[in-house]
Structures are given as structure tokens and as C-alpha cells.
Write a protein that binds this ligand. Structure first.
Ligand code: KG4
Ligand code: ZN
Length: 363
């Protein structure tokens, strides 16, 4: 089954083609084109939604054409179209959704609405191995039940995944997302937007947690997160420093990063132990952080957990359409996606996040 994915929830305009076989654990990536308006937003130190939406309009058609071209796929080969329907910036989302609806109508292909957060989880089910069947047997495959940590600029969520399509939200941030904390602290330190990868780079200059910032809710006993207090603590510390030289900035970056990592790793491993899962899956832009990846591996081995650890390759951590096409593909498992211009059912709703979806009935 060949799926065209479209992702426009924020500042990336992306289209991708994947090929899936229901008997295989991974899908094959045929193309994944991502155009980002990040540099534009770097000038304003953050995203202005109206500007992001206008950029989506500019790039959606060229990105789609490139994805079809690189994937060497003709429209007649496409079996379904998956599109991000939320959460995200409404103006940006509408560009992708309206484009997908139009293509679905004129090409007579089924349309599958995809939750952006599920997309981030499904980045773990993408393979770039060209000959999937012959090589898949000797590589690790995610097994269920699994705990997924989605950690991005807009979200920090822990999800229990019992199987494909069976997801239960366990907890999430009560205020700022982890990526948002990185970005806001980065801005106060004078780093370019988005701050996450710059903080990671500067943190490499030291290995001492000099400031030992608070680890909010680390022992709260639930699966919620909170990063706004950490952000305030860092801001307060910065305001008290007279000479914010490079060495001090690196130290603040290290201590900020370590505080965020400690909370993310501790809470995720608590969930993994409580639900006795076989796999841990990471997703979202912050999952691109090497120290976070390393800390997870270290703690899993340190605690001798019998849990496999999966994290997508970096370009699939940040927003992309390959993950959306993959989520769309797996949402069709067990039922036919053919049959003209039918609309795919979204996965089981996660009750605890009421605004996770648009009203998909209208699509
Ligand atoms: O998933 P994503 O591309 O967009 C959202 O859905 O939000 O994530 C973007 C976020 C930003 O907050 C960015 O600072 C963060 O991911 N990020 C990182 C790193 N690379 C991106 N955070 C920490 N370390 C990184 N290497
Ligand atoms: Zn995202």
C-alpha cells in the first residue's frame, strides 16, 4: 500500500511517500520532503502563526511535486492520503487539510486524518532500508505494550501503546513543553530560535551540573510534567549574573539540559516499570537531543530493564510527513483503505486531551 502524507501543523511544510506491507513491522520510505520557514521565525525569535500559514501556502504545491518526483510515484499508484488534522496552528493546518481534501476528491483516494502526536510516535516505524523484506529479520522491532514519550516544542506527553491504534494518554505537561522551555531559555541567553539544538551544542563545553536547577514534579508519583518553574528559575539565575560570559552560558545550558533530561527519563522509566512494557519509543524534536538519547540508554541498562529503546533518526524527530504517512498506514491495519473517496476513521480518541482533534467528521 502506498500512502502520501501531508504535514503542515506548524512551520514545516512536508510531503512524503511511504510503502507499507501489513505483514511488515516497518514501512519503507520512498521520499520525504521538508521545507521549513524556521529562518524567517528566527528573525522574530518565535513563530508568528499568520506568517507560518502564509509560508505553508507558498510551499505546499512545490513540496508535493518534489515528493512525488523523488518517490518516483504517479498519482495512480497512491492508495491513500494521510494528513495532519491537529493539534497545531489552525492557519497552517488548514493549508494541508484543504490540499489533502482536494487531492482526495480529484484523485478519488481515501483520506486518513492523522493526529500529529501519533505521527511523532510512528516515526519509529519508518525504515529506510531499500529491500525491506530481506533485511528486516535481523533488526530490532518495537514490541507492545510500549511507552511513548512525545517531546517537542508544543508537547510533552506520555502515552501507553498497547497495540497499533490502542493508545492511552498517561500524562503531559501542565504548562510549558520541554522544547518550549529550551526555546524560551535559549532566547533569554541570546541564542537563535529554536534554542534546543543550540543549548545542546553549548552544553557540550562542560560536564558539570554547576547550577543544579530544579527538576519539577520529578517525584510527583504521576505522569505529569511542568517546565515553567524551571524556566523561571533559570531566568532568575541569569538576571543575577553580572558577567554572562561564554563559559557561564555553557554552564547554564548544561544545567538546563540536564534538569529537563532527568525529569523526562525518570518519568518515562517509571511508566515503563509500572506498565511492564517491552519497548520505549521517543518522538518529537527534543528526541533529536544526543544527551537525552544517551541518558535513556544509560539508565535502561543501569536499572537492568528488559525494555528495548527506540528513537527515530534525527530528521524524523522534527516535524515531517513521513511520520504522518506511516501513522495513516498503520491506522488502516485490519481494514480496507480502498473504496474511493472514503474518509478513514481516526484512531481511538484519547479522552484526557479533549482538543487533540478537529472535528474530523467534517472531513
Ligand atoms: O517536533 P518539532 O519539530 O515541532 C513541534 O511539533 O513542536 O520540535 C521542535 C522542538 C523545538 O522546541 C526545538 O528547540 C526542539 O524541538 N529541539 C531540540 C533539539 N532539536 C530540536 N531540543 C533539544 N535538543 C535538540 N537537539
Ligand atoms: Zn511536532
Amino acid at each position: 500500500m502506498i500512502v502520501l502524507g501531508i504535514e503542515t501543523s506548524c512551520d514545516e511544510t512536508s510531503a512524503a511517500i511511504i510503502e507499507g506491507d501489513k505483514k511488515e513491522p516497518y514501512v519503507k520510505l520512498l521520499s520525504n520532503i521538508v521545507s521549513s520557514s524556521l529562518l524567517l521565525h528566527a528573525k522574530t525569535g518565535g513563530i508568528i502563526p499568520e506568517k507560518a500559514a502564509r509560508e505553508q501556502v507558498k510551499y505546499i504545491i512545490p513540496v508535493l511535486e518534489k515528493a512525488l518526483g523523488e518517490g518516483k510515484v504517479d498519482k495512480k499508484d497512491i492508495d491513500a492520503i494521510g494528513v495532519t488534522v491537529g493539534p497545531g496552528l489552525i492557519g497552517s493546518l488548514l493549508v494541508g487539510v484543504e490540499t489533502a481534501k482536494t487531492l482526495s476528491y480529484i484523485w478519488e483516494k481515501p483520506l486518513i486524518p492523522v493526529n500529529h502526536l501519533y505521527g511523532h510516535i510512528y516515526a519509529n516505524f519508518v525504515s529506510e532500508i531499500s529491500n525491506l523484506k530481506s533485511q528486516i529479520s535481523n533488526i530490532e522491532v518495537p514490541e507492545f505494550p510500549a511507552i511513548a514519550l512525545i517531546v517537542s516544542g508544543g508537547h510533552t506527553d506520555l502515552v501507553l501503546m498497547k497495540n497499533h491504534g490502542n493508545l492511552k494518554w498517561l500524562g503531559g505537561t501542565r504548562d510549558d513543553a520541554a522544547g518550549e522551555a529550551f526555546d524560551k531559555i535559549g532566547r533569554v541567553l541570546g541564542l537563535s530560535y529554536p534554542g534546543g539544538e543550540h543549548i545542546e551544542k553549548l552544553a557540550k563545553n562542560t560536564s558539570e551540573d554547576f547550577f543544579n536547577f530544579p527538576r519539577p514534579l520529578i517525584n510527583s508519583g504521576d505522569f505529569d510534567f511542568s517546565f515553567s518553574g524551571l524556566k523561571t528559575a533559570v531566568f532568575r539565575q541569569i538576571s543575577q549574573i553580572k558577567n554572562l560570559d561564554e563559559k557561564t552560558i555553557s554552564s547554564i545550558c548544561y544545567s538546563t539540559q540536564q534538569a529537563i533530561i532527568d525529569v523526562l527519563v525518570t518519568k518515562t522509566l517509571n511508566a515503563a516499570i509500572e506498565f511492564d512494557v517491552k519497548s520505549i519509543l521517543l518522538g518529537g524534536g527534543v528526541a533529536a537531543n544526543n544527551s537525552l538519547r544517551g541518558n535513556f540508554k544509560f539508565q535502561i541498562s543501569n536499572l537492568k530493564l528488559d525494555t528495548k529503546f527506540f528513537v527515530p533518526e534525527k530528521r524524523l524527530c522534527t516535524d515531517n510527513a513521513a511520520m504522518i504517512a506511516t501513522a495513516a498506514f498503520f491506522s488502516t491495519k485490519g481494514r480496507s483503505a480502498s473504496g474511493g473517496n472514503k474518509i478513514g476513521m481516526p484512531w481511538q480518541k484519547v479522552d484526557a486531551i479533549p482538543d487533540l482533534y478537529f472535528d474530523t467528521a467534517q472531513y
